[in-house]
Design a protein around this ligand. Structure first.
Ligand code: CP
Ligand code: NVA
Length: 314
């Protein structure tokens, strides 16, 4: 059973064909109006969401299928009354495919071990592969290619989006430079960094980490940042994190270090005045709402690709 737990569960060929299919669905949505006919997606949420929930649910509706929103706070699993294992065995008897937004990545892996339908990672503390597929589509649309570009990510880097971006860039031949504080709490997890560097070697790209934001961003084609206060970070850490990450804020001065036609990306939600200034996110280089829209098209491609494989396997 093929799942999408992290991007490197897939081959570069899977990624490229998903991006091609996403482009095709976006250009000709009418051709896919029945592509998920009578198929049901279960959407399990342990954390909040705007984009992920709306894009998956709308995606299934547009393709003639159905989606169920399931908040774990109202589930036996969330109430500590049912194991993940029994939950996975049960949902596999009803639905065709599942997306889950969980805190612990190991819970998602456990779910996938016991499910007999495909599982899609809709964000864990470790990884956010659906976001990065949408972002690669967005980069391809704006830059005409991915291979050979320089992507810079600055800010909180012990972070799901950073991790998946490093893996996604390495697999598709883009160089990625991460700018973050050196302390382990704020830098990419060593196992992910090592994995991304291994992939970069295979695919002729590079992964570098810099303490200076300006060094990371120098001549970049893409400047990316994410929230300093991810969903799993306690609000009590706000003041300390603002102090630590402020040197990595994407403002006009930092954007000036990038290539003059660089695009600015943020997966959203965003806080103006924190990880970027308002003039950057609301300015002409920003493509953040293209990213948000592309969640829909990229995920429709993921859904169709995984459903097709699962049907072949049965
Ligand atoms: N980018 C993203 O996943 O947004 P939500 O948290 O709103 O789903
Ligand atoms: N890193 C962020 C991404 C939000 C889509 C978080 O985990 O909250």
């Amino acid at each position: 059973m093929r799942h999408l737990l992290t991007l490197d569960d897939w081959t570069p060929a899977h990624i490229e064909s998903a991006l091609d299919l996403a482009e095709e669905i976006k250009a000709h949505p009418g051709n896919y109006a029945h592509a998920a006919h009578r198929r049901t997606l279960l959407m399990i949420f342990e954390k909040p969401s705007l984009r992920t929930r709306l894009s998956f649910e709308t995606g299934m509706t547009r393709m003639g299928g159905h989606a169920i929103y399931y908040d774990t706070r109202s589930s036996p699993m969330g109430a500590g009354k049912e194991t993940l294992e029994d939950t996975a065995h049960t949902f596999s008897r009803y639905v065709d495919i599942v997306m889950a937004r969980l805190f612990k990545h190991s819970d998602l892996e456990e779910m996938a071990r016991h499910a007999s339908v495909p599982i899609i990672n809709a964000l864990t503390d470790l990884a956010h592969p659906c976001q990065i597929l949408a972002d690669l589509l967005t980069i391809r649309e704006h830059k005409g290619r991915i291979r050979g570009l320089k992507v810079a990510y600055v800010g909180d880097s012990n972070n799901n989006v950073t991790h998946s971006l490093m893996i996604g860039c390495a697999m598709t031949g883009a160089d990625i430079a991460v700018g973050c504080p050196a302390a382990a709490d704020y830098a990419p997890q060593p196992s992910v960094l090592e994995r991304a560097r291994g992939l970069a070697k295979t695919h002729n790209s590079s992964v570098t980490v810099h303490e200076s934001a300006a060094d990371a961003v120098a001549d970049a084609d893409v400047v990316y940042t994410d929230s300093w206060m991810s969903y799993h970070i306690p609000q009590a850490e706000l003041d300390e994190r603002v102090r630590i990450f402020m040197p990595y804020q994407v403002n006009a001065d930092l954007m000036a270090a990038a290539s003059s036609d660089a695009i600015f990306m943020n997966c959203l939600p965003a806080m103006r005045g924190y990880e970027q200034t308002a003039d950057v996110i609301d300015g002409p280089q920003s493509v953040v709402f293209d990213q948000a829209e592309n969640r829909l098209h990229a995920q429709n491609a993921v859904l169709l690709s995984l459903l097709e494989d699962a049907e072949k396997a049965h």
